[in-house]
Design a protein around this ligand. Structure first.
Ligand SMILES: C[S@@+](CC[C@H](N)C(=O)[O-])C[C@H]1O[C@@H](n2cnc3c(N)ncnc32)[C@H](O)[C@@H]1O
Length: 290
């Protein structure tokens, strides 16, 4: 069922497997990016907390018989998403270190041996928990390419230069001085300003602060700064982005703000209401079509 439609972008309420299979009839190979952030096999029911009166409502149920049943549900959804990707497109699946190795092996099979592109570690800071273990302060984002033979959509992003580099070279771009045998002898600098260091695969992005205006009260809401990095790196303006586990609509809100078309799907009514409230509609357009 369509819960929101503006221009050609849409948010569907329903089971994402059924919706993706229906989309495959008309929209196969359309999407440049599929970002999916499924439930993390927490064994819990997750509640949304109202920002107005602190009341709570069930948002989604993440209880499973065992890990096998969780993977049995997730893997066909990854395969269905792959069908919708354009040849130059990427899937990014966001999971935690409890399941990432299972999902990676499965994705290698679904996408093929050469399709793996990156394992991104999203490192965040949070209130420490009492545990006789190292604090868990990262999630895993696996990126797979639809077709490794096609040049991928990839817009290079940069990180700031390290303080030691700035102290030696200032903002000037470095250049390797190479000897006759092709070996790098030393570094020198050019007169051009450096854009920074090409972005690595360990990302320090803060979680959403409890008092942030961005916080919706929806459980496991991801920060817009994280999605902005993914959307900017892997899509151009006018490209199509799909989020089949849309939740509070972070991906869709970012895609809309950055001029990308989007399709979101979620089975939860609370998710759909939250996501709709984050999406903007051109003045005078029809009310959400529910
Ligand atoms: C971890 S949350 C996504 C959070 C989202 N990335 C955000 O920033 O708000 C996972 C979402 O997947 C949805 N979901 C779980 N199983 C689903 C299914 N089979 N079909 C559609 N949505 C599903 C849940 O309702 C939940 O909103």
């Amino acid at each position: 069922m369509v819960a929101f439609e503006v221009d050609e972008s849409a948010l569907y309420r329903g089971d994402n497997l059924a919706v993706m299979r229906a989309l495959a009839r008309t929209r196969s190979e359309t999407f440049t990016l599929v970002y999916m952030d499924p439930p993390f096999l927490t064994g819990r029911v997750h509640e949304a907390i109202s920002r107005v009166d602190r009341s709570s409502k069930v948002a989604f149920d993440d209880r499973w018989v065992d890990r096998a049943s969780y993977l049995e549900a997730l893997l066909p959804r990854i395969a269905a998403a792959r069908v919708l990707l354009a040849p130059h497109g990427s899937l990014v699946v966001h999971i935690d270190p409890k399941t990432s190795h299972y999902v990676k092996v499965a994705c290698d099979e679904i996408f093929g041996d050469d399709a793996f592109a990156s394992e991104i570690v999203w490192r965040y800071r949070r209130w420490p928990s009492k545990t006789a273990n190292f604090q868990r302060v990262h999630d895993v984002l696996l990126r797979y390419r639809k077709d490794p033979k096609t040049a991928p959509r990839f817009n290079q992003q940069y990180e700031p230069l390290a303080p030691s580099t700035l102290a030696t070279w200032g903002q000037k771009q470095q250049r390797a001085v190479v000897g006759k045998e092709g070996r790098r002898l030393r570094s020198s600098s050019t007169k051009h300003a450096s854009p920074g260091v090409p972005m690595g695969d360990v990302w320090d992005v803060g979680v959403i602060a409890p008092v942030s205006r961005e916080r919706t009260g929806y459980p496991s809401q991801k920060p817009e700064a994280l999605l902005e990095r993914i959307v900017r790196s892997l899509t151009d303006e006018g490209d199509w982005v799909l989020d089949p586990f849309a939740g509070s609509g972070t991906t869709l809100a970012v895609a809309q703000r950055l001029g990308r078309h989007f399709v979101g799907i979620d089975a939860s009514e609370v998710a759909i209401d939250t996501a709709c409230s984050r999406l903007s509609r051109p003045v005078g357009s029809a009310i959400a079509n529910r």
